[in-house]
Each structure stands twice: as C-alpha cells, then as structure tokens.
Design a protein around this ligand. Structure first.
Ligand code: AMP
Length: 128
C-alpha cells in the first residue's frame, strides 16, 4: 500500500515521548532535534508531527498549515544554529532520503540539515 505508515518507527516513538531526543525546536506541527550520529558539526533532523512516511507523501497529503509550519521550522533552525545562508559565508545542505532508491532508513519524513563545514559532492556513487 502506498505511503503505509509504521507507527513503531523510531521517530514516532520520539514524538510519543517513548525515547529521548536532543530537541532544538518544537513547533505546532514539527520537531527538530540533533541527529544521534552527526555527519557534520551541525546535523539536525526536522520531522513533521503527523504520520507522513516520505517527503512526497507530506507534500501530497499534509495540510497547508502543516507544510507552512514545517518549512518555517527549518528556517528558524537554520537561524538558531548559525548556518543560515543569507550572509553568503555560511550555508547548509538539506537532504530528505525517500524510499528504496533514496536509501531511507527511518520511515517517517525527516529533513537532514547539515552544516558547519563545506559539504562534499552532492551524490556519491553507490557502494552497495
Ligand atoms: P535516513 O537514512 O535518511 O532515514 O536517516 C535516518 C537518520 O536518523 C540517521 O542519520 C540516524 O543517525 C538518525 N537517527 C536514528 N535514530 C535516531 C535517534 N534516536 N535520535 C536521533 N537521530 C536518530
């Protein structure tokens, strides 16, 4: 079934308060927290509170209020963590892995915000 949501995924458990997280920002419809295995000096995950599996699921099914809140949460986190791109000397990479080809591990939409160092090539050749 397309977009079938598994409510036992780890981010669903974080949202229910069943496991801890290192929160950066919580908004009405979104939660931002530090990745447990950071790949850069700044590595934050932003997730919607609703049961959305992937980025495209969210884009197709979320309400306007959820989408606006989620995007504003990303903007606020960039400012809070000093990776915003408006000064020209910083910046970040936003990644959302989706599905099999996207090599998504946790089946709850998340946007990775990576910053604090210069990022490498956008896409590496597959290793598997
Ligand atoms: P993805 O491969 O895009 O699904 O990324 C999943 C991300 O979730 C990885 O970067 C993991 O390090 C991160 N992750 C997994 N469990 C946790 C957790 N309990 N708290 C924070 N980040 C986590």
């Amino acid at each position: 079934m397309p977009y079938a949501y598994d409510d036992q995924n780890i981010f669903a458990k974080i949202l229910r308060g069943e496991i801890p997280n290192n929160t950066v920002l919580e908004t009405e419809h979104a939660l931002a927290f530090h990745d447990i295995q950071p790949q850069a000096p700044v590595h934050v995950l932003v997730i919607p509170k609703g049961p959305y599996v992937t980025y495209d699921h969210f884009c197709n099914a979320a309400s306007d209020a959820e989408i606006v809140d989620f995007m504003r949460c990303i903007g606020k986190v960039c400012t809070m963590l000093g990776i915003e791109s408006d000064t020209g000397d910083k910046g970040f990479r936003a990644i959302s892995n989706a599905g099999e080809d996207g090599v998504q591990e946790v089946p709850h939409l998340h946007v990775h915000l990576l910053g604090g160092r210069r990022m490498g090539r956008m896409v590496q050749p597959p290793r598997d």
